[in-house]
Design a protein around this ligand. Structure first.
Ligand code: MV4
Length: 447
């Protein structure tokens, strides 16, 4: 097991990882920018190293400073959290070259999944169902026309170096195709320095359902069920649930087994998320994320398993603590992302939190790094906390969520809490009746 882990992140996820390390008796080091000197994770860590000025590229993204912080403190492993360097293959490779363990998959697995064409090709080879479309990159308009005619319109053109919604163009008919292909390629080239694009059938009303998987790096894979993340705004998740209101236990076991077997065959190590669009009872792979995700606590709530403990165990060579048959799904969990933003315009609202009071009671978890008197710096993303609620079933979960939202107080700044108080009383949400476009339509209709 590791003696000392360096946490290369900030905010609620740095605290989340720190807690797991403490429970496992592992010493902690955090790195921070000058803007985060007063942050909770800095106060609670055994050691801290200031690695640069506020901009992320000079601090949380500065690989050399982070490696230096490892050498100075004698850390034997790095947990990258999510965002920042968590899916940077070069960072994983550099740490390996310094004999420091990256708590995550190999640089090569990160690289494969970062290239969306290669990721899709790999998924298909491993028996995961993918969206119908081109086999690889498409450059010629003629070829695009042939593929689109074969799969049928509408089609979507995606950047191979994109992901998370960046660099996509929809063509509703052959007349749209030439412009869609040209703009997708030039935007991809400008944004990512790589103009490779591919074509897929455009699914019009899918849900976004993702499978939590884990590999032990020794040829074993398990799944921890799915999360439904369909409630998004501009590709930012807002509300996530486990399990999906759209799936039954048989469907879960079937797609779960497919994913677990694929992870085993890939020889993958650590936590991963296989993202699907789900429409008319069918799953279609779109991307795989090679990190711990923001919404992992809903999976922890229904399985009772600490996923950061598992990441640390696997990275240290100790293997997973569970086999597939040990993983049981209990009840229902919902996460609300509390952002320091205007609840209608989503404009960021940094500043001083004058009063912060979190809800409690059975089935309530709040992951947050803020406190009364904390000043939110303007340099980073606006997530200030996550409310995670668990119940024996979805109805109980929603009752508890409504009550927890009533108790939650954040004064001094604007937050997205009022949005959640509206959503929890909405009939479609109560019925689990929503797709990836529901939230944006709801917000537009409330204007
Ligand atoms: C799609 C799609 C429809 N059809 N692919 C957006 C983010 C990126 N991960 C993939 N995305 C989409 N891919 C096909 N073939 C619709 C989206 C999409 C979306 C997906 C998940 C959650 C929210 C979304 C919002 C708009 C579009």
């Amino acid at each position: 097991m590791f003696q000392k882990i360096l946490i290369a992140n900030r905010g609620e996820i740095a605290l989340r990882v720190l807690r797991a390390c403490k429970e496992l008796g592992i010493q902690t080091v955090v790195v921070h920018s000058t803007a985060d000197a007063d942050a909770m994770h800095v106060r609670l860590a055994d050691e801290s190293v200031c690695i640069g000025p506020p901009p992320s590229r000079d601090s949380y993204l500065n690989i050399h400073q982070i490696v230096a912080a490892c050498e100075i403190t004698g850390a034997d492993a790095v947990h990258p959290g999510y965002g920042f360097l968590s899916e940077n293959a070069k960072f994983a490779d550099i740490l390996a070259a310094h004999n420091i363990t990256f708590i995550g998959p190999s640089g090569d697995h990160i690289r494969i999944m970062g290239d969306k064409i290669e990721a899709k090709r790999t998924a298909k080879r491993l028996g995961i169902p993918v969206v119908p479309g081109s086999d690889g990159a498409v450059t010629e308009e003629k070829e695009a026309r042939r593929i689109a005619a074969e799969i049928g319109y509408p089609v979507i053109i995606k950047a191979s170096a994109g992901g998370g919604g960046r660099g996509m163009k929809v063509a509703h008919s052959e007349g749209d195709l030439e412009i869609a292909l040209a703009t997708a390629r030039s935007e991809a080239g400008a944004a990512f320095g790589d103009d490779a694009v591919y074509i897929e059938k455009y699914l019009e009303k899918p849900r976004h359902i993702e499978l939590q998987v884990f590999g032990d790096g020794a040829g074993h894979g398990v799944h921890f069920g799915e999360r439904d993340c369909s409630l998004q705004r501009r590709h930012q998740k807002v509300w996530e649930e486990a399990n999906s209101p759209a799936l039954n236990a048989d469907q879960r076991a079937k797609i779960g087994d497919t994913c677990a077997n694929a992870i085993a065959e890939l020889g993958y190590s650590g936590a991963g998320t296989i993202e699907f669009l789900y429409e008319n009872g069918e799953f279609y792979f779109i991307e795989m994320n090679t990190r711990l995700q923001v919404e992992h606590p809903v999976t922890e709530a229904i399985t009772g398993i600490d996923l950061v403990h598992e990441q640390i165990r696997v990275a240290s060579g100790g293997g997973l603590s569970v086999k597939q048959d040990d993983i049981k799904f209990n009840g229902h969990a919902i996460e609300c992302r509390i952002n320091a933003e205007d609840p209608r315009t989503f404009a960021p609202s940094p500043g001083t939190i004058t009063h912060f009071h979190t809800p409690g009671g059975l089935g309530i978890r709040v992951d947050s790094g803020v406190y009364s008197g904390y000043k939110i710096p303007p340099y980073y993303d606006s997530l200030i906390g996550k409310l995670i609620v668990h119940g024996r079933n979805r109805v109980e979960c929603m009752m508890r969520l409504r009550r927890a939202l009533d108790e939650f107080v954040v004064d001094g700044i604007k937050t997205t809490l009022p949005l959640f108080r509206d959503l929890v009383g909405n009939h479609d949400i109560a019925d689990g009746n929503y797709d990836i476009h529901w939230l944006e339509k709801y917000l537009a209709s409330a204007d």
